[in-house]
Design a protein around this ligand. Structure first.
Ligand code: ADP
Length: 488
């Protein structure tokens, strides 16, 4: 073997081993991916849901704090304050009314240690803008205390255009921001409450920002271990599921292999049986023909029994061989020209005798002339014979069976109808299974191979077989076989 060949062989082996790896482990990887998805998605959903609940709870608390604080303020004193702010500008800080208001805001802040900022905002003609009126942090000499960020001077415009709905609502009812605002002092949540006048109109809102950093830290500290526990639990469950799937896969492979070996054994044994049975038939025929000298009529009768038993045995062996060929995917289709008219007539002749013996009325409806097509005679025969003999077998004396044949769109279609015992609804899903017999067929001879072989034979030629049946009323089997163009 030269180097190129060796390389090619190594590549092929490599590809085969990769294919085998994926065949063996593909299912496990899929399950692992599903398990990881199952872990991550609920964990994320749980985390988000808890965050949302926490957030909602915080907002509710803040709304309560802000609306209670708003009760300290009177709409008239805010209106006066606004007049002062507009009249005196920054000088308002030394105005006694302003100082009193700042003191009030500081009092509010003192009520709760988590409150960081408390301030008053007034309405303007532009819904996207508010006027800043007062803040608990602005001192008289205009020096901003720690924590002030510069745009909260009395009279300054506060840009509210990034949360129009929030500020529209804030003048109607107490509300809180839906977003947490991280700043250098921690995570803040802002709440607003309207300050209504006697006509129930609010021209100012009280704003309260609370620091929720600690609250979130505490909740996370209790929630994270719980989340970790859940993730761990799900991981363990996934690992166990994965191991089970692996075990199950290896068992399935083991049984598949066993089944394959059994089919091969069956196929081999049937092959080995076929030859001695043929010999028996051949020898019996010779003896019956008198090749070994004259025989008495008694011996002749017994030999005929042996001949008939040997024929039954041949049929059974051939059936078992076909079953194992179908199972192993080795059923061969040998197409040759088949004259459909002659083919149907030949089989119908045999079935008519059987129908007569069973006292079943058998009628045939088929076109006067039919074309020849490239089909496998043996497979076609197996299917048709099985369906027709079943129709007679499972139909009681005095009832009827029919064969309808037609050709449409290059497809042979035939139906075998009977008014026999029918197939119970519970058995209908398994009827094409190997060795399966319906519960009402126990007293009728059979082995449950026929329909399995019929299905294999039809499908191997690209056709389709199906049925409809009602217990006690009868059964119709339908067969479609495509007709490949052959010589006419
Ligand atoms: P069997 O040798 O038992 O007839 P088949 O594979 O041909 O095996 O059929 C499988 C089963 O399907 C039968 O045992 C019978 O219960 C049911 N069956 C098949 N054909 C008919 C029919 N025409 N009427 C009622 N039952 C049927």
């Amino acid at each position: 073997m030269d180097t190129e060949q060796k390389k090619a062989q190594v590549n092929t082996e490599d590809m085969q081993s990769r294919e085998r790896f994926w065949q063996r482990n593909g299912g496990s990887f899929f399950v692992a991916a599903v398990c990881i998805g199952i872990i991550l998605i609920p964990s994320y959903v749980m985390y988000s849901y808890t965050q949302m609940l926490l957030h909602e709870r915080l907002r509710e608390r803040l709304v309560a704090i802000t609306s209670t604080a708003a009760l300290y303020f009177d709409a008239q004193e805010i209106a006066d304050l606004r007049d002062d702010v507009e009249r005196y500008g920054e000088n308002v800080l030394s105005h006694p009314r302003y100082k009193a208001m700042v003191q009030k805001l500081r009092d509010v802040r003192r009520t709760n240690e988590n409150i960081t900022y408390v301030y008053l905002l007034g309405k303007t003609d532009d819904p996207g803008q508010l006027i800043f009126l007062a803040d608990a942090d602005v001192t008289e000499d205009l020096v901003l205390e720690e924590g002030d960020e510069g745009n909260d001077f009395p009279g300054e415009i506060y840009d509210a255009s990034d949360a129009p709905e929030l500020f529209r609502n804030a003048f109607l009812f107490p509300t809180a921001d839906s977003e947490l605002i991280p700043d250098e002092w921690g995570i803040l949540l802002a709440g607003y409450a309207p300050i209504f006048d006697a006509n129930n109109v609010a021209n100012a809102v009280l704003g309260v920002d609370v620091d929720v950093t600690e609250y979130i830290a505490i909740v996370n500290a209790t929630f994270l271990p719980f989340l970790l526990f859940v993730v761990l639990l799900l991981l363990i469950i996934s690992y166990l599921t994965l191991s089970l799937v692996r075990q199950w896969n290896s068992r399935v492979r083991f049984f598949q292999e066993l089944d394959r070996q059994k089919d091969e054994l069956l196929s081999m044994v049937s092959h080995q049986l076929a030859t001695p049975i043929s010999s028996i038939k051949w020898i019996v025929e010779m003896v019956l023909d008198g090749d070994s000298g004259a025989i008495s009529s008694g011996v002749q009768k017994e030999l005929k029994k042996i001949q008939s038993a040997a024929t039954d045995l041949t049929d059974l062996v051939m059936m078992i061989l076909d079953v194992s060929r179908i199972q192993l995917g080795k059923l061969q289709v040998n197409r040759s020209e088949l004259h459909l008219g002659e083919f149907f007539t030949e089989i119908i002749d045999g079935i008519e005798t059987m129908a007569k013996e069973s006292k079943v009325k058998f009628t045939v409806h088929m076109p006067k002339s039919m074309p020849a097509a490239m089909l496998d005679r043996r497979l076609m025969r197996m299917t048709l014979e099985n369906l027709l003999s079943n129709a007679i077998k499972y139909t009681p004396q005095g009832n009827s069976a029919e064969l309808h044949v037609s050709i449409r769109n290059q497809t042979l279609h035939y139906e075998v109808r009977d008014t026999g015992c029918g197939i119970p609804a519970d058995d209908q899903g398994n009827i094409f299974g190997k060795l399966y017999r319906a519960s009402n067929a126990a007293n009728i001879d059979g082995n449950g191979f026929g329909l399995y072989i019929a299905k294999g034979a039809v499908e191997s030629q690209g056709g389709r077989i199906w049925f409809k049946s009602k217990e006690g009323k009868g059964t119709t089997f339908f067969v479609d076989v495509p007709l490949p163009q052959g010589k006419k």
